[in-house]
Ligand binder design. Sequence first.
Ligand code: C2E
Ligand code: CA
Ligand code: CA
Length: 656
Amino acid sequence: MLCGWLLGSRSTMGLLAVTGGLFAFFLWADLHGALPAMRPHNRWAYAVYLSGIVGLTAAATLLSRKSYLRRVHEAQTMAQDLKARDAELRKLLRVVEQSPESTVITDLDGRIEFVNDAFLARTGYARHEVLGRLSSEVSANGLGPTQWQGMRETLERGESWAGEQSNLRKDGAVISESVVVAPIRQPDGRITHYVELKQDVSDRKRAAQEIHRLAHYDSLTSLPNRSMLIERLASLQARHQRSGDDVHVLLLLDLDRFTNFNDARGSEMGDRLLCAVALRLAELLGPHDLLVRVAGDEFGIVLHDLGIDATVAGRRALAFADQIQQAFVRPLALGDSGEEAQLGLSMGLTLYPQGVDDTPLAAMGRAGTALHRAKHAGGARSAFFEQGMGAVAAQRFQVERDLRHAIGAQELRLYVQPQVNVRGQVTGVEALVRWQHPRDGLLTPGAFIPLAEESDLIVSLGEWVLAQACAVVAQPDFSLRRLRMSVNLSARQFREDGFVPSLRTLLRTTGADPRLLTLEVTEGLVIDDFDDVVSKMRELVALGVEFALDDFGTGYSSLAYLKRLPIQELKIDRSFVSEAPSNKDDGALVEALLTVASQFGLRVVAEGVETQEQVDFLAQREPAMVYQGYLFGHPEPVDQWMARQTPDMPQGQGPH
Ligand code: C2E
Ligand code: CA
Ligand code: CA
């Protein structure tokens, strides 16, 4: 029993208890003679029985011990296993805790349940500040809403998400991290948590940027280098293939006699000179243009979006090259050495891209050839690779530059051409500008107005004409006879923001009567922004100024908008007037125009009247017609015309 108890085997204990009890009973019966019939034979039975019990007990004890040992062994193994697993877990935990990667474990709502030391060290938070908070609040700030949504969806599908984020530290500083977020599954497949592993890639990013900088920038001048130039040209070509838009110009620029300078003053001064050149060039560039140092003393410039017309682009590029030449007339300061230097530049230009097959290297080849040509011609000049276009552009550029100068240098002249009524009386004049060119003589507007209209030159030119015209209107010889002054107004000039106020000021300062002024506009003016133009026109009409629609019949001539325009006069274009008496179609057209004019109650001026036949044709159809043309007078200098305007002089007798 004791053994059974010791061994903890219940069956053994039970068996021993029962047999022990029986044995005690028989022993008692024997001693007290309770069962006398059995006595003589029982001695043997006792012995057998006892030995049976002893045998059984021994066998049971042996068996129990075996199972006991087995169970002890099992318990020991389990304890060892647990210990090993515990050690394993501790090891893993230590790995996670000490991992240089930030590790965050969240529940399914993204609430933080665990963070490791790396996370705390990197973000600057204390553990208690983040546990229980949303991971998105404390760590993942760098995802846009759509990215965030994409990540959530990936995770909900049970997949891992990986990407790069810019996250914020507690102090607000940004860290770039490469992030993996993975779901944690239980053995039954359920997802219960997410783990976020984040690696700081700020250094790697910085290194990548540094590598990019070294590969794309020149260390002396800090300008982008040749490879950046090639990249930019390649991307412009790609853009061109997509949308076929504006023309760009590549300009290669090289200092004249830089080698001599280097030899004479040393390479340190040479370096300083290159930096000074870079600085001065950079000052001239627009925000989208690219300046690079190609090599040595060679620089490259990409001028972007110079318009869709190659000639215009070429001229603009030449104007820019000229600006560079002007800028290098001033000497360059060589660092803070107190020394200065002045060197000329040569430039080679080419349009880019030229077709879909053009490449950056081909363009650089062309610009290089042009540069060589400029150097060969003596330096300090620019050359276009496309010689034909260079010549046209150069000539137009020359005109533009001369014209800019002309406005300030009093080279413009105001001419006037009379307008007369059916009785031959002068009713007014049209102001027509001329340019007294110092070399080319007197130029008519056709040679320079279209060019001026492509740039802001038309604005200053137009202002000059208006000022001269108002000064004439203010003269008593003009105003007392209630003559009208018609001035051509370019769309660009009219669209200028300050046009209305500046005309108002002009009228006040000159004392010209606004009611004697007619502004001639063309249909093109109102195409872009009808309402704005009309409201500006109304402002001026309110002052008494009148408007004429010039070159009527040549443009769109939509009657719909004619009705809505605040105009008082139509000028029938010369092309219809000249053929009207002889050509049926033109005659019919003029008749139609006259009908329109009378319907709208407009005064009609016929332009380019050269013959009596034309006058007769027109007079029969519109008695109130006004004529303007060589038959009544050529344009002549305003002073000359004014000088002949004595009240008793017969009108319409201008020089022919
Ligand atoms: P436009 O407004 O149609 O001016 C009339 C043009 O026809 C003038 O040419 C004039 O000299 C010419 N002309 C007049 N009568 C006759 C004729 O009987 N026969 C022929 N064959 N021609 C005649 P011009 O002066 O060369 O001016 C040309 C254009 O230049 C003008 O056309 C006008 O659009 C523009 N323009 C002239 N002055 C100015 C100005 O001050 N500002 C602006 N924005 N444009 C101007
Ligand atoms: Ca006109
Ligand atoms: Ca006209």
